[in-house]
Design a protein around this ligand. Structure first.
Ligand SMILES: [Zn+2]
Length: 159
């Protein structure tokens, strides 16, 4: 049993969340189209359970997906990180059960409880790795939280 985010983080979860910069359309696909695996060459730091999805400036080609009108240089969503998988890290095929978004030769960061920000918060510069935004950025995210608590829930993860 693992506690994961189900929608919005609590203010406490938000304050200790880490941001990750992604090229579009990937940030957009996570925020709005159910992309629930982030493929990385590395595993997340221990204890990271909430991510802030930052759409960077640059565009990563993805056939058939329209580039225009996607938000860039902004934090566009929050996401729970209930698990990460490295079963396919050194394999040319996906050998785990992480689903259609999982890529070979990658670590799979499982995303859950994605909350697309009603108003994305501008952050001009993206960073490598995981990073902490300035407190005024977190303030602007927190101001969009619904006041009612009780958004974390306990669910079964994996087998
Ligand atoms: Zn996997």
């Amino acid at each position: 049993m693992t506690t994961v985010l189900n929608g919005q983080p609590t203010p406490e979860q938000l304050r200790r969340a880490w941001a990750i910069t992604l090229k579009n359309p990937w940030a957009h696909l996570i925020a709005h189209h159910g992309k629930n695996v982030e493929n990385r060459s590395w595993m997340p730091y221990q204890g990271v359970d909430c991510l802030l999805i930052h759409a960077g400036k640059s565009w990563d080609g993805y056939p058939g997906f329209p580039e225009k009108n996607l938000r860039t240089s902004a934090i566009v969503a929050t996401a729970g990180l209930p698990f990460a998988c490295e079963e396919s890290r050194y394999s040319d095929t996906v050998v785990c059960g992480c689903g259609p978004w999982a890529a070979p030769n990658s670590c799979h960061w499982g995303l859950a409880g994605v909350w697309a920000l009603p108003e994305p918060v501008p952050v001009t510069r993206g960073w490598q790795g995981l990073w902490h935004p300035a407190s005024d950025v977190l303030d602007r995210i927190e101001s969009q939280l619904n006041p009612s608590p009780g958004i974390a829930q306990t669910v079964h993860i994996g087998g």
